[in-house]
Ligand binder design. Structure first.
Ligand code: LLP
Length: 421
């Protein structure tokens, strides 16, 4: 459920007309709904209660500081994977004790920034990283709390580019080697082992792979405790999928996911951490774009819009589906027209949808790509020297630009010509 609905024939974000925002901000732009962000965060809170838990929003899915503050003010923790994300969480007012630092290649500098600024735990992904973290912590006179990310060798049954829990993937240490790696961690002077971490992939639409992975984590918790490790936190990662095609997909609900966690891990007395990104931010955002031209090709009609793959890369990168709707509601019983929806970038991969039935559209009309809040703006670039897409946050009947569109001068001024040229 989200808060993008038609009122009097125009698509609104909560109580604000997207046409009105388009008129003042220009297109394309991302628009996020505070009510949807809040609702989705609370669904996870409720799903895990009464277990002691922390829902850490995966910042990588949507990292605008205003969005982070919205969630942080509700009590959310943050899952970060770089110093940049860490500093965004801090800038949003989230205290270090609610920030979990994940990621497969943390640099010494990133470790230092987080240790000095305060961090709940590092999710360590390899033995070399573990040794480096111990050294950095000792050099700062600190102790780094860690969970070790284990790779449970489970097939997440999702797109290959976003599956992370198979042994051939670069993530974590093999779960079979965990006892020996934990034994070394316990000996390192700069570390304190606090838990176990696992994350098997993203956009999972079936609970079975989670269940397999969490069973293995439950067994490992018992084994490690028997070996004397004080395992008190379990970080279960993110990955719960969302219905990108509303008409025919119904992935499991957070409540069902929460019940699974309670069933598999609830009796261990651990604090549960989860790192959802997409389920909180995905359906909380749309990308609004304007039709530039309708071009009739020999085989099909192209809707050429002013958003492109640099603004929303998911369709070209993962063949992802995003529902597309007109901002002005079509009259009832309007017959659909079939379009290829494409952007202006000079490659065929810049295609949002092929043979998509949509209400007939003309140049100047506005459309919205749904479910674009997660991995949308954060993956945007300036490819083709197109200006970085702006972001707008709505709350009830108010809206604010939370990242302005740069000017062409600003874009050009970031380059410099060497003196010798
Ligand atoms: N925790 C870790 C360690 C992760 O690597 C990820 C996502 C998450 C949590 C959040 O997963 P979520 O709940 O959002 O599924 N760009 C791709 C998705 C990449 C996901 C990477 N890791 C896409 O657009 O589909």
């Amino acid at each position: 459920m989200d808060h993008f609905l038609y009122h009097k024939g125009t698509l609104h974000a909560e109580d604000v007309s997207l046409a009105e925002i388009a008129a003042s901000v220009g297109t394309p732009f991302y628009c996020y709904s505070t009510a949807t962000l809040t609702r989705h965060f609370r669904l996870f809170q409720e799903a895990l209660s009464p277990l002691p838990h922390l829902v850490c929003f995966a910042i990588k899915s949507l990292s605008n500081v205003a969005v982070l503050k919205t969630l942080g003010d509700l009590g959310a923790g943050m899952d970060v994977v770089s110093a940049g994300e860490y500093l965004r969480a801090k800038a949003a007012g989230v205290p270090g004790e609610r920030i979990v630092f994940s990621g497969v290649g943390k640099t010494h500098e990133e470790m230092r920034i987080a240790l000095e600024g305060g961090v709940r735990q590092f999710n360590v992904e390899s033995e070399p990283e573990m040794r480096a973290l111990s050294e950095v912590a000792v050099s700062l006179g600190k102790i780094a709390p860690i969970a070790i990310r284990v790779n449970p060798d489970v097939d997440a049954k999702t797109h290959a580019k976003i599956a992370t829990g198979k042994k051939e993937n670069k993530f974590g240490i093999p779960i079979t080697r965990a006892p020996e790696v934990y034994a070394e961690a316990a000996r390192l002077p700069g570390l304190e082992v606090v838990g176990i971490d696992v994350h098997i992939g993203s956009q999972l639409t079936d609970l079975a792979p989670f269940e397999q992975a969490y069973q293995k984590v439950a067994d490992l918790t018992r084994t490690l405790r028997a070996q004397g490790h004080a395992i008190r936190r379990l970080d279960l990662g993110g990955g719960l999928g969302i219905p990108y095609e509303r008409a025919n997909s119904a992935p499991p609900l957070p409540s069902e996911y929460g019940a699974l966690i309670k069933r598999t891990l609830g009796d261990l007395g651990c604090e549960i951490e989860i790192e959802p990104g997409r389920l909180i931010s995905g359906n909380a955002g749309v990308l609004v774009s304007r039709v530039i031209y309708v071009k009739s090709g020999e085989e099909r009609d192209f809707l050429i819009v002013d958003a492109a793959m640099n603004d929303l890369v998911r369709p070209s990168m993962y063949d992802a589906h995003h529902d597309i709707v007109p901002v002005t509601e079509a009259a009832p019983a309007t017959e659909a027209h079939i379009y290829d929806v494409v952007g202006p970038v000079c490659e065929t991969g810049d295609t949002f949808a092929k043979a998509r039935p949509l209400a007939p559209l003309k140049a100047g009309d506005l459309i919205a790509f749904r479910s674009a809040g997660a991995y949308g703006a954060v993956m945007a670039s300036e490819y083709n020297s197109r200006l970085l897409v702006p972001e707008v946050l709505v709350k009830d009947d108010q809206y604010a630009i939370i990242r302005a569109r740069p000017t062409y001068i600003e874009m050009l001024n970031r380059d410099s010509i060497p003196e010798w040229l």
